[in-house]
Design a protein around this ligand. Structure first.
Ligand code: F6R
Length: 266
């Protein structure tokens, strides 16, 4: 795991956008895994800005979102379909036919989940998966105790996640209790993982993810098993890390070495 600790949430967003930009430049047909929630919003704004500056084109990019609520329609203002359309897709040159989000308002959501997993495989898998982290350590909607070997499926949301989301819904009866989510195995199969976390309310989950044991009680700890996982944190989200100084030292050292490597290659 590469742990990057930056001063502010804006720095986190720019760093994340740099990694996305590097991938899109190297592979204009890349498959991007996307997340929703408050954390990636600044990154999406940065990508929109770079598109408007004609630095980036998404015309051949394929996307797969991590998850969607069960039981609310795509045009509901709290659906992840609506979120992606109004926060990113409407502002870039992506082909809507190349964007994928699980369908949570179909008759058979279990079947929809299986088909979604298949669609990801059919496109050759995900090149870079963007992730946020829940206060309880979830990634996607893989709540604590999710199987580390899980694939896309229907998951019940914990009370803690429902409470975190309550503010977005007008009435309690409208609030979803289940979601379709990529599984932990699905996420680990992505070639590169990029998890962003900002704010002090993520500090405990971040510590468990990076410095705790790999365990189902902290689904994000599975990132320890991935060969190319980059975790980008602001100072607050990193505030409970025991080995914080080491991560900063390791990053500076790797920057130096990569410069030397480039120089040696000339
Ligand atoms: C969203 C998702 C969730 C969020 C997590 C953090 O697609 O899969 O795992 O990333 O709940 O949400 P925020 O960023 O709102 O704190």
């Amino acid at each position: 795991m590469e742990i990057i600790i930056l001063p502010t949430p804006d720095h986190v967003a720019c760093y994340g956008a740099d990694l996305c930009e590097a991938l899109i430049r190297a592979k204009p047909t890349a498959v991007l895994g996307l997340a929703t929630g408050s954390t990636p919003l600044a990154l999406y704004n940065e990508l929109i800005k770079r598109y408007q500056q004609q630095r980036l084109s998404f015309s051949q990019i394929i996307t797969f979102n991590l998850d969607e609520y069960v039981g609310i329609s795509a045009n509901h203002h709290q659906s992840y379909h609506y979120y992606m359309k109004t926060r990113l897709f409407d502002f870039i040159d992506i082909n809507p036919a190349n964007t994928h989000i699980p369908c949570g308002d179909v008759e058979n959501v279990y079947h929809a989940a299986i088909c979604y997993e298949q669609q990801i495989q059919n496109k050759g898998g995900i090149d870079l998966q963007l992730l946020g982290i829940g206060r309880n350590g979830h990634i996607g909607f893989n709540e604590p105790t999710s199987s580390l070997n899980s694939i896309t499926r229907v998951k019940a949301l914990t009370r803690a996640t429902q409470a975190d989301n309550q503010r977005f819904f007008d009435a309690i009866e409208q609030q979803p209790t289940h979601a379709i989510t990529m599984g932990i195995k699905t996420i680990l199969q992505a070639k590169q993982l990029l998890l962003l976390a900002t704010g002090v309310n993520k500090a405990r989950a971040v510590k468990a993810m990076i410095e705790g044991p790999v365990c189902a009680m902290c689904p994000a700890s599975c990132l320890q098993l991935h060969q190319y996982a980059t975790i980008v944190l602001d100072q607050q989200a990193a505030s409970e890390l025991t080995m914080r100084d080491y991560y900063q030292f390791a990053k500076q050292a790797s920057d130096t070495f990569s410069t030397q490597y480039v120089d040696l290659g000339q």
